[in-house]
Design a protein around this ligand. Structure first.
Ligand code: BDR
Ligand code: CA
Length: 310
């Protein structure tokens, strides 16, 4: 039986690839896509998610708009990486499919309450505002969540929006603190992993030839590569968010440690840092499997093969 997931997202080109990978994979049943403000404001993330569904010929997918600002701070966005639409690259048509009327947080709560306990995996690949709001408003859903598999944080790699913070956690650190403290089994794909999942010319050309959606995917990676190559001085750019879906499909592609991870919410200097007790030097209880390694060739092979099915 397919594993039931909900993707919580702020598309974003790499979010878009994660959504396509999920839609291309029969092992996963995507119950809905919940959108949050992050890379760009909510009206754009909830539009981009629908553009991606229509690109995949899935106008039947339910897309929900959620929180338009972090719990306790003004929104920080990342147009400098993703472009002014959030999905710059190939021009794609505006979506015809409608947004669902229900708020994303209500959908999360209702679905977790109605589906059997332990059936649903949440896959957050943007700031954690929607997930934290659902947990705060309806704590009864906590034991009903099978697992949270998220992209966020960084430890040995440091940060990408400040020297110590990764974007998703930095945008809403209070939300991240709630989620990491909820007691739900968690798998975290930090920058330590995603900075090893780098595109290259050959990998982007393989995307371009990967069936109907391939040219759009290649245009997205071409777009954000421009920024990342200059920033990191690397041949390619990290493809962050699809690591979560790849983990659900092939967990053996990744290695990590079950450790304690706490979120910094007070220091101006290190706000949003994921303080990962990798060497287990505290007695704080483990709360997450924090990944550190990836078989990047296997990851790109999986991605290209799946995208070509769409
Ligand atoms: C994360 O931030 C966003 O810009 C990407 O979509 C990804 O989720 C990487 O730090
Ligand atoms: Ca994202």
């Amino acid at each position: 039986m397919a594993r039931k997931i909900i993707i919580d997202t702020d598309p974003g080109q790499d979010d878009a690839v994660a959504i396509l990978l999920a839609l291309a994979s029969p092992e996963l049943e995507l119950l809905g896509i919940t959108c949050v403000a992050g890379n760009v404001p909510l009206p754009l993330t909830s539009k981009n998610a629908r553009i991606v569904c229509e690109l995949a010929n899935r106008p039947d997918m339910r897309v929900f708009a959620g929180c338009d600002a972090p719990l306790a701070r003004p929104l920080v966005t990342a147009e400098h990486v993703h472009g002014k639409t959030g999905l710059d690259g190939m021009d794609l048509p505006d979506p015809i499919m409608a947004l669902q009327e229900q708020h994303a947080v209500d959908f999360l709560i209702e679905t977790l309450r109605t589906e059997p306990e332990g059936a649903i995996t949440l896959v957050p690949i943007g700031p954690l505002t929607n997930i934290a709001t659902a947990i705060q408003r309806a704590p009864d859903i906590i034991p009903r969540i099978r697992e949270i598999v998220l992209m966020g944080g960084g430890y040995f790699e440091g940060g990408n929006i400040t020297p110590t913070a990764e974007f998703n956690i930095y945008v809403d650190p209070e939300a991240a603190k709630i989620v990491f403290g909820a007691g739900v089994p968690m798998v975290v794909m930090p920058l330590d992993v995603t900075h090893k999942a780098l595109t290259s010319r050959a990998r982007v050309e393989a995307f371009r030839n990967a069936g109907r959606v391939g040219p759009a995917v290649a245009s997205w990676t071409d777009f954000f590569e421009r920024f990342d190559k200059e920033k990191y001085g690397s041949e390619g750019a990290p493809l962050h968010d699809p690591c979560t879906i790849a983990y659900l499909l092939k967990p053996d592609l990744f290695t990590g440690r079950h450790i304690n991870v706490e979120i910094e919410t007070e220091s101006d200097l290190t706000l949003g840092m994921t303080v990962a007790d990798w060497w287990r030097v505290t007695r704080r209880a483990p709360n997450a499997t924090f990944m550190g390694g990836i078989n990047d060739a296997g990851f790109f092979d999986l991605l290209t093969e799946r995208l070509s099915r769409l």
